[in-house]
Ligand binder design. Structure first.
Ligand code: 3PG
Ligand code: MG
Length: 352
C-alpha cells in the first residue's frame, strides 16, 4: 500500500480540503467526547505551519435524513474553536455563503462546512456533489484524515480522488501504520483481547486472529454468555455478580490470568470492555487491562472500539502517565482494517 502524505507536499499558499471525521457523541447540543476532534489537530497545525493558505474541513455527523438541525456541525465548530485559533463555520457546503466566507478567510484560517450528509450526493458518492464543494472553496488539494470513515465509499472519501490530488493526513497515517504493523509484522507474542456484549460483531475478528495471534482472550458479556474456549482462546470463567446473579465483570481469578498474558505480550490489541464498566463497581477488570497496557514500555499497544477507547481516554485524564501506541479513532473502520478488508477511503489514496 503506497500513498503520499502531507509531508510530501511543498505548501505555498494552497487551499486544502481536509476530510475529518467529527462524528462525535453529542448531548443537548454539546460535544461530550472530543477525541476525534483533538486527534485532527496535528494535521491542522502541520498544514497551517507549512504554509497552507486556507484549510477547509468537511465531515459528517450522525445519519441524518435530510437537513436535520439537531445534527448540524455548528456545536462541533465551537468545540474545535476551543482547541485551535481562527476557526469559522458556515451552515452550507457550497454556494454563495461558502464563497463569501472563503473570500474573507485569514491566511492559515480554518473553515468547517456543514454536515455532508445533509446532501444526498455525499452517500451517493457523487462527483458532481464534491465538485460543487471544490468550486465554491477553491480547493487545490485533498487530505484524507478521517480514518473513522474510510470504510465508506462516499463523495468526500472516494469520488473526491477523481477531482483533486490526494494525500494522507497525520492521523490517517498514524492509524494505518500502527494497525498495519500489528497485523502484518507484529512483535510477538501477539495478544488480542476481546470483550463487549455483541458476539456477532466480534466473531469475525476472533476467527481472523486465530490464524494471526499467539493468544486470544475473551471477556465481557461474550464470556459471561459462555463463549467456547479453545487452544488459543482463553475465555474468562469467573465473574463478579450482582445480587441477582448477573455476571457483570470478569472476576479476580480470570483477571489474574489475563494479566499474565498482558505481561508476556509484545503486541496487544484490545477491543471491547471486560465488564459493565460504566458502573465503577464492575470496572475493575477493564481498569486493570487498561492500566497494564498503558504502563507497558516494551510493547505495541492498540485500543479500538468506541466504548473501549472512551473508557481508556477517561482513565488517561486521571492517570496521564498511561501511554498507548494507538487509541484508534475508528470504530467500524478499525475493525474492517484489522479484518484485512479493502477500505474505499484508503484505496482512494493509493498510488496506482
Ligand atoms: C463512525 O462513527 O463509525 C464513522 O463516523 C462512520 O459513521 P457511519 O457508521 O454512520 O458511516
Ligand atoms: Mg458507525
Amino acid at each position: 500500500m503506497e500513498y503520499k502524505t502531507i509531508r510530501d507536499v511543498k505548501f505555498g499558499g494552497q487551499t486544502v480540503l481536509v476530510r475529518v471525521d467529527y462524528n462525535v457523541p453529542m448531548q443537548d447540543g454539546k460535544v461530550v467526547n472530543d477525541l476525534r476532534i483533538r486527534a485532527s489537530l496535528p494535521t491542522l497545525e502541520f498544514l497551517r505551519a507549512g504554509g497552507a493558505k486556507r484549510i477547509i474541513l468537511i465531515s459528517h455527523l450522525g445519519r441524518p435524513e435530510g437537513k436535520d438541525k439537531s445534527l448540524s456541525l455548528a456545536p462541533v465548530a465551537k468545540a474545535l474553536a476551543g482547541l485551535i485559533s481562527d476557526v469559522e463555520y458556515v451552515d452550507d457546503v457550497s454556494g454563495p455563503d461558502v464563497e463569501a466566507t472563503v473570500e474573507k478567510m485569514k491566511k492559515g484560517g480554518i473553515l468547517l462546512l456543514e454536515n455532508l450528509r445533509f446532501f444526498k450526493g455525499e452517500e451517493e458518492n457523487s462527483e458532481d456533489f464534491i465538485r460543487e464543494i471544490i468550486e465554491s472553496t477553491g480547493a487545490e488539494l485533498y487530505v484524507q484524515d478521517g480514518f473513522a470513515v474510510v470504510h465508506r465509499a462516499h463523495a468526500s472519501t472516494s469520488a473526491v480522488a477523481h477531482e483533486l490530488p490526494v494525500y494522507a493526513g497525520l492521523l490517517l497515517e498514524k492509524e494505518i501504520v500502527n494497525l498495519k504493523k500489528a497485523i502484518s509484522n507484529p512483535a510477538r507474542p501477539l495478544l488480542l483481547i476481546i470483550g463487549g456484549a455483541k458476539v456477532d460483531d466480534k466473531e469475525p475478528l476472533i476467527a481472523k486472529f486465530k490464524g494471526l495471534a499467539d493468544q486470544i482472550v475473551v471477556g465481557g458479556k461474550i464470556a459471561a454468555d459462555g463463549y467456547k474456549a479453545d487452544e488459543r482462546v482463553y475465555v474468562a470463567d469467573d465473574f463478579d455478580e450482582d445480587g441477582t446473579g448477573a455476571k457483570l465483570d470478569v472476576g479476580p481469578v480470570s483477571t489474574a490470568k489475563i494479566a499474565g498474558f498482558i505481561t508476556d505480550a509484545k503486541t496487544i490489541i484490545w477491543n471491547g470492555l471486560m465488564g459493565k464498566a460504566e458502573d465503577p463497581a464492575y470496572a475493575t477488570a477493564s481498569t486493570i487491562v487498561a492500566e497494564m497496557m498503558g504502563e507497558k514500555e516494551d510493547a505495541e499497544t492498540i485500543v479500538c472500539g468506541g466504548d473501549t477507547t472512551g473508557f481508556v481516554e477517561n482513565l488517561v485524564v486521571e492517570h496521564p502517565g498511561l501511554k498507548y501506541s494507538l487509541i484508534s479513532t475508528g470504530g467500524g473502520a478499525a475493525l474492517e482494517f484489522l479484518l484485512g478488508k479493502k477500505l474505499p477511503g484508503i484505496e482512494a489514496l493509493e498510488i496506482k
